[in-house]
Design a protein around this ligand. Structure first.
Ligand SMILES: O=C(O)[C@H](O)[C@@H](O)[C@@H](O)C(=O)NO
Ligand SMILES: [Mg+2]
Length: 382
């Protein structure tokens, strides 16, 4: 079945999610954001879709790389298409990103699910039909009543437990917040949350990402006293040696890498260097669902868990198809925002959570996005 069309529709939608100077999300005034829908069609008229930032799949990327590789190829040859695209990355002057590869590959999976009327996690090979979620907070802020003090983290954590979460991951304060980075404030927020939720809720920290080895060691040892489940990305992930040193000096599991490039190859290096106790990969960060599965299977070969980075249909599909992952990252959450609010371009969210803290894998065909095509058509801007 040959691919005949690759198109991108950019549309606007209202959001209260704003981004700070360091790229971290926080609540803000309602504004109009742009989203791109990648649409891949075959000669039989069946289509697959993926949503992402417009700049990732801007016309230069689609015209110079994606269309050249995809048009005429068999839509079921996902691995060959992915390898062909990946080989264009080196010569693209870093313009063809892993995130762009991930969007193309996701749309190919979505096509297959829609064609064969199966959810992607079942096409991969399902492992589960529900998964416990952890509430992943937004980074700390300076908003009164938000996440501006350790006490406010504690109060929010109580709300999350009441909603049904059985685990909470704190993203704490980062620059441009005036006092950040501050290891002691990070620890105070973690202590306030532990105090608020008691001993039976799993807690994790994913704070400032540029600490020194000694600062990271200090925080890690404090997290051990608070019985945290894992310690995530406290230092630059380019230094696997630093993580190997940290993991050797801590008992709390060190988890990573999240934001490091290098797809499944860098993850293999981390395992080989003992740089983490739990591996990490997200569909966007490693170039797609199949590369993410390669990381999860690598981890499984070493008796390790692989906790999948990020929310959304593609990450949820991977979680649904692997055993060595305990959680689905549901977020990012904030006291001022309701995560369950449905974006205007969807008819329902892909990851509703029940009162026991479980997200049920979607049984809709494809990635499971319940797309509001009429809204997208009406609000398309390109
Ligand atoms: O932009 C980021 O750093 C990530 O999106 C982050 O906020 C969050 O997704 C994360 O680190 N999860 O583990
Ligand atoms: Mg993280």
């Amino acid at each position: 079945m040959k691919i005949t069309q690759v198109n991108v529709e950019v549309f606007t939608y209202p959001t209260r999610r704003s981004v700070d100077a360091a790229g971290h999300a926080h609540p803000g005034e309602e504004s109009l954001a742009k989203m791109a829908m990648l649409r891949i069609a075959t000669e039989d008229g069946v289509e697959g879709y993926a949503f992402g930032a417009p700049e990732l799949i801007r016309p230069h990327i689609i015209d110079s790389f994606v269309r050249k590789v995809l048009i005429g190829q068999n839509v079921m040859d996902r691995e060959k298409i992915w390898q062909d695209l990946a080989h264009w990355q080196r010569g693209s002057a870093s313009q063809l990103t892993d995130r762009a590869l991930a969007l193309v590959e996701q749309a190919l999976w979505d096509w297959a699910g829609r064609k064969f009327k199966q959810p992607v996690h079942k096409l991969i090979g399902g492992y589960r039909d529900k998964v416990l979620a952890y509430g992943s907070t937004m980074c700390g802020d300076d908003l009164p009543g938000g996440l501006s003090t350790p006490e406010e983290y504690g109060r929010f954590a109580e709300q999350l437990v009441a909603r049904g979460y059985k685990a909470i991951k704190l993203h704490t304060w980062m620059p441009p917040i005036s006092f950040a980075p501050d290891p002691k404030m990070d620890v105070r927020a973690c202590a306030a949350v532990r105090e608020a939720v008691g001993p039976d809720i799993a807690l994790m920290l994913d704070g400032y990402h540029w600490y020194s080895r000694t600062d990271a060691l200090y925080i890690g040892r404090e997290l051990e006293k608070l019985n945290f489940a894992w310690f995530e990305e406290p230092m630059m992930e380019e230094s696997a040696e630093s993580y190997a040193w940290l993991a050797a000096n801590l008992d709390i599991p060190v988890l990573g890498p999240e934001s490091l490039g290098g797809k499944y190859m860098s993850r293999a290096s981390w395992v080989g260097q003992g740089a983490c106790d739990i591996l990490r990969a997200g569909v966007a960060g490693v170039g797609g669902i199949a590369p993410c599965l390669k990381v999860a299977h690598l981890a499984e070969s070493y008796g390790m868990h692989c906790e999948i980075h990020g929310n959304g249909a593609a990450n949820l599909a991977v979680v649904g198809a692997i055993k060595n992952c305990d959680w689905y990252e549901r977020g990012l959450l904030h006291p001022f925002l309701n995560y369950d609010d449905v974006p205007a371009y969807l008819n329902s969210i892909v990851d509703p959570m029940d009162s026991d803290g479980y997200v049920h894998l979607p049984d809709r065909p494809g990635l499971g996005e319940d797309i509001n095509f009429a809204y997208i058509e009406t609000n398309t801007v390109n």
